[in-house]
Design a protein around this ligand. Structure first.
Ligand SMILES: Nc1nc2c(c(=O)[nH]1)N[C@H]1C(S)=C(S)[C@@H](COP(=O)(O)O)O[C@H]1N2
Ligand SMILES: [Mo]
Length: 452
């Protein structure tokens, strides 16, 4: 059981001494947020709050008395530190060693065709660090030699061309922040509660700044036939023969042929040296080790879109080409597997995203969906990117259920699991964007539950 606190899942919060919670403080914070509650203190003349700020009242800080961590000199105050460049490529603190990608044991038969999930519970803001980006391979990953990598563009084009990496990187590039989510993210939860933590429920999600050349530029260079050419086929250079159809409309809109991720070259696991970035569309279409783009006049119905990545409906038929990742959100702090140390003030924090554009609003409930309050959206709020939300909360120590519900700029509202199941049944794997519920027990333990 990990404690709520540092991303390493080691707690920074001290067990607070018995503290004083004025009777209406909890109500005020939960209704109006901390700032209003503080004003309330001023108005009502609560001296404790005036002297120490509301945090001391809610148990987040304590007096220095007897605490060696502040009263005594530490080793690092009296010795010479390490040399510059003793880590030529910088690594996280050794105290963060538990914050890593993890596999779900037994999920797949072989580890090369599997998933490693991003530890969302330990991330801040909206950007996923490169070493923690989730991994999903159909046939493992490769250390591909960029000097031997080529991108071919053929099909319904005037001049089919083969590009080297050097050719591509001379072209005008753009950088854009977008989320990538595997269509199977949260897929294990269709039937019932399946996994304990947000890393496993939602960790096939990452958000990065990608750098590359717009696909439209390359199609232009090759003289693509935009009358007959209604689709493109993207093909990966790995042994899985990954191939996906993308509508020309998308291809010309915001699709990138990308080599950069968060300011450096893509990591090998994520497609070095070249991958497709298809904003808003499920991860499988973000073809890694991209080697060929073909322009065609109809969908290709490849194995990766006829057998896999289709939605099994209650009537036994499949839905095909449901590529957009609909509006979704999840509370990452607190979340399953963590533990609240004490009652008092907490910052509920989470992520919201939509494959259709910007997030407009996120509501949070702490009573299993009976009442909702609107969370603060932190900037930047970008189209088809993760948006961070936060909301003030005072836990009164009684059992409760936390949920978040996102609404995007198209006014689409993230559905409860019951509503989604009414349409989709329980045998799907892909595209579960239901509201996630976290139950908090009176001992502070947080666990995965399904309600409503
Ligand atoms: N060539 C190739 N591209 C691929 C895959 C693959 O196995 N081979 N997996 C796809 C799937 S299903 C997903 S969800 C994303 C995962 O990207 P990531 O490993 O960078 O997180 O890549 C997609 N692109
Ligand atoms: Mo995927």
């Amino acid at each position: 059981m990990s404690k709520l606190g540092l991303p390493s899942e080691k707690s920074s919060l001290q067990k607070a001494p018995e503290h004083f919670l004025p009777p209406d403080f909890i109500d005020q914070v939960n209704k109006n947020g901390l700032d209003d509650a503080r004003r309330g203190f001023l108005k009502y003349g609560f001296l404790a709050a005036l002297a120490g700020g509301a945090a001391s009242v809610t148990g987040l800080s304590q007096a220095a008395d007897g605490d060696p961590a502040i009263l005594e000199k530490q080793e690092w105050q009296t010795t010479l530190g390490k040399n510059v460049a003793s880590e030529p490529y910088g690594m996280p603190s050794m105290y963060e060693k538990n914050l890593i990608r993890r596999e779900s044991p037994g999920l797949t038969r072989v580890s090369a065709a599997s998933v490693a999930f991003t530890p969302l519970q330990g991330l801040f803001g909206i950007i996923t660090p490169n070493g923690l980006h989730f991994e999903r391979h159909h046939q493992g990953w490769y250390n591909l030699d960029p000097n031997l990598h080529r991108l071919m563009i053929n099909g319904l084009v005037k001049n089919s061309k083969v590009f080297t990496m050097n050719d591509l990187m001379r072209l005008p590039s753009v950088s854009r922040i977008h989320f990538i989510e595997c269509g199977a993210n949260t897929g294990l939860e269709w039937g019932n509660v399946a996994v304990p933590t947000v890393q496993y429920t939602h960790g096939m999600l990452s958000c990065c700044e990608f750098t590359g050349v717009p696909l439209s530029t390359l199609l232009d260079l090759c003289g693509a036939d935009l009358k007959a050419g209604k689709y493109i086929l993207a093909e990966g250079g790995d042994g899985s023969g990954m191939t996906r159809t993308i509508a020309m409309q998308n291809a010309l809109d915001d699709v990138l042929v990308a080599w950069g991720m968060n300011g450096e070259m893509l990591r090998p696991e994520n497609g070095f040296p070249l991958r497709l970035v298809v904003p808003g569309v499920q991860g499988v279409s973000w073809v890694k080790w991209l080697r060929r783009i073909e322009v065609g006049d109809q969908p290709y119905a490849t194995k990766d879109e006829a057998i896999h990545y289709i939605d099994l409906m209650p009537d036994g038929l499949h839905r095909q080409y449901t590529s957009i990742q609909e509006c979704k959100s999840v509370i990452t702090t607190p979340s399953g597997g963590q533990q609240l140390l004490d009652k008092g003030f907490y910052n509920i924090s989470g992520m919201a995203w939509s494959g259709r554009g910007k997030i407009k609003r996120v509501d949070v409930s702490v009573d299993g969906g009976n009442h909702w309050r609107t969370a603060r959206l932190e900037t930047p709020i970008l189209s088809k990117a993760v948006t961070r939300f936060n909301i003030d909360w005072v836990w009164d120590g009684s059992p409760c259920i936390l949920q978040s519900r996102a609404i995007d700029e198209t006014a689409y509202v993230q559905p409860p699991i019951k509503m989604l199941r009414a349409v989709r049944g329980t045998r799907s794997i892909y595209h579960n964007n239901a509201i996630q519920s976290w139950k908090i027990d009176s001992n502070g333990e947080v666990s995965n539950v399904q309600v409503g």
